[in-house]
Design a binder for this molecule. Structure first.
Ligand code: AGP
Length: 612
């Protein structure tokens, strides 16, 4: 996730900005940069570098910048490779305005084309650069903030920005819509940041900007307005977090923060991927041609761990919506099989990190056999991206907790959207049916929010069961993968033996395990297999197994069988894995915390398994 820091005051800005960027490193990034107003030279100085902040520090050590007003940025690349040119800050044509941005500008292509027509010269491939050229276009005999307002009115998408201009050296402007931005109030100095950790060292008095608000800072002045210039009065809040807590936004662990980020992240993904008027899905960066997608005869999904579970949901979805045969295998098996795939096969590789060794090896095998590869990945510039024919970014932002949560639901969304994209290209479903599916999908973020509102009850239920020595997770059909994912979440952070199973398999072995010492999580939302799940629950109860049920709100029948029920909102069956996984993530988290485990860095595990 990109990070912004801004400073205006009496100190040398460079060390303040670099220290602030370091406090934002946890957000994940692949390049960084700073820009200062250089009063002695009456110009803007800029230093940018790909890679870690240490590379930027080396750069400024050799070529320091001196000034008391500046902006800085760590970039998590979404448009344009993570290199020096695409790193922020970005400048206008004359190098008299500098800007940093966090978010995605959806309409940057038409804006860029128009600006080029008007003579603007672009240096980067980023969406961000259009904003600074728009400001330049309007910055004629008006204050900087007016030019910024005019520019932002043309922008569609999410943004938090910080801007400085050579001609108004005592001014630092910030604005937000869809991405967070705060102002920090100091003594003879003021700050801007994406997140409190960047500035807590200097001030704990913070103003959280709300949607479509702008702040104009001087070293001793602060003014907040809406995008029409109307002044808004906001009281500062005193933050009592320490730096470490603040990096987690006040949550105890990154995993809990990332579980709670899911509604906002999924909403952003859906809003940038669905053209609601046309009722269609947009994948700009997906480069496998429509002709190829029309011609494929089968699909093979390859992934590991949680990504494999997302892929397994994808298999059900692709077969059900697209009527295309879809196979799946874990990457470590796929890569050694005598694969019957070729030019008529589409391989979908799913990986949060894009660096998982087995998945990369699987992709190389697939391409050797002439298959086309589309990867569903969360890290721009990762190896997997470079070795795929097409890519669908999950845009979940960096996932810090080792146990994958928001990346999983973002992978599910990517698979649902890809199925609805493919089905339109192959003409398998009428547009109305596709629109109906998309409308249902658009409800999911709010439904996830409603589950999160109930997380204290889920935490209590989890703690009541944290003493069990082993768990069995049972699900059927499209929620069989949910059972696998729930078991993986629990085992990897609490170290409790946990197995996910197709509920129909219970009689073929696992039923021997059922007794009063085993907790059994039964995933039983309203579905075509609901009655079958009820039978499983009755079989477990008759053997004194302890049942925890995930059910659809309003289901009274299941309450007759167990008191331990977590309800999820009613949703189209095919999309239910998106909601079912929330209670499973929260249960795993709270059981692990109760058992004193290191939730964010569980023992023996790495965030990305880059070796076999
Ligand atoms: C999931 O919680 C685990 N951290 C792990 O199974 C992970 O999903 C797996 O290693 C795949 O990683 P990737 O998505 O980066 O390829």
């Amino acid at each position: 996730m990109c990070g912004i820091v801004g400073y205006i005051g009496e100190r040398e800005a460079q060390p303040v900005l670099l220290a602030g960027l370091k406090r934002l490193e946890y957000r994940g990034y692949d390049s960084s940069g700073i820009a200062l107003i250089l009063p002695k030279k009456n110009s803007i100085g800029i230093r940018k570098s790909p890679g870690k902040i240490s590379a930027l520090e080396k750069l400024v050590k050799n070529k320091p910048l001196s000034g008391v007003v500046g902006i800085a940025h760590v970039r998590w690349a979404t448009h344009g490779a993570p290199n020096q040119v695409n790193a922020h800050p970005h400048l206008d044509c004359k190098g008299e305005i500098a800007l940093v941005h966090n978010g995605i500008i959806e309409n940057y292509e038409p804006l860029k084309a128009q600006l080029i027509k008007e003579g603007h010269v672009f240096r980067s491939q980023t969406d961000t650069e259009v904003i600074v050229h728009l400001i330049e276009k309007f910055y004629k005999n008006v204050p900087l903030e007016d030019a910024v307002r005019k520019a932002l009115k043309l922008v569609i998408g999410s943004f938090a920005i910080a801007v400085i201009a050579k001609h108004e050296p005592e001014k630092l402007v910030g604005a937000r819509s869809g991405s967070p931005l705060i102002a920090g109030i100091g003594k003879n100095e003021n700050f801007l940041a994406s997140d409190a950790p960047a500035i807590l060292e200097y001030t704990k008095d913070i103003i959280f900007l709300d949607e479509n608000e702008m702040v104009i800072l001087g070293k001793e002045s602060l003014k907040i307005t809406d995008f029409d210039g109307r002044t808004i009065f906001k009281k500062p809040v005193r933050i009592n977090w320490d730096i470490a807590q603040a990096q987690k936004n006040g949550f105890k662990h990154f995993m809990l923060k990332e579980i709670n980020e899911q509604p906002k992240i999924l909403e952003n993904i859906l809003n940038t991927r669905i053209d609601k008027e046309a009722g269609k899905v947009i994948f700009k960066e997906q480069n496998v041609s429509e002709e190829k997608l029309k011609s494929i005869k089968d699909i093979f999904i390859v992934a590991c761990g949680t990504a494999y579970h997302a892929g397994l949901v994808g298999k059900y979805v692709l077969e059900s919506i697209c009527a295309v045969p879809a196979q799946i295998d874990v990457s470590s098996e796929f890569r050694y099989r005598d694969l019957l795939i070729g030019p008529d096969t589409l391989v979908i590789a799913i990986s949060q990190s894009g660096e998982t060794a087995d998945t990369l090896a699987g992709v190389r095998e697939a391409r050797k056999r002439g298959a086309s590869v589309i990867s569903i990945c969360n890290v721009l510039g990762s190896t997997l991206i470079r070795e795929s024919d097409g890519v669908i970014y999950t845009h979940a932002g960096p996932e810090i907790g080792v146990a994958s949560t928001k990346a999983y639901t973002a992978q599910l969304i990517a698979l649902y959207l890809f199925a609805l994209y493919l089905v339109r290209i192959r003409g398998v479903l009428p547009v109305q049916k596709i629109s109906k599916y998309l409308d249902e999908l658009l409800k999911a973020p709010k439904q996830i929010e409603s589950i999160l509102k109930n997380q204290d009850d889920i935490a209590r239920l989890a703690r009541r069961h944290s003493h069990f020595g082993s768990f069995l997770y049972l699900g059927r059909n499209i929620n069989y993968p949910s059972a696998l994912e729930g078991a993986l979440k629990l085992k990897e952070i609490s170290y409790i033996p946990a197995e996910g199973y197709a509920a129909g398999e219970m009689k073929h072995g696992p039923i021997a395990l059922i007794d009063e010492y085993r907790a059994v999580v039964c995933i039983a939302p309203g579905s075509k297999v609901y009655e079958k799940m009820i039978s499983n629950i009755q079989e477990i109860r008759s053997r004194k197994g302890k049942v925890i049920a995930i059910a659809t709100a309003g289901d009274q029948e299941i309450k007759e069988l167990t008191r331990e029920v977590i309800y999820i909102p009613k949703i189209e069956e095919i999309f239910s894995p998106l909601l079912v996984v929330l209670p499973l993530q929260l249960m795993a988290y709270h059981i692990a915390v109760k058992r004193g485990c290191d939730v964010d860095q569980p023992r023996n595990l790495a965030k990305s398994v880059t070796v076999e």
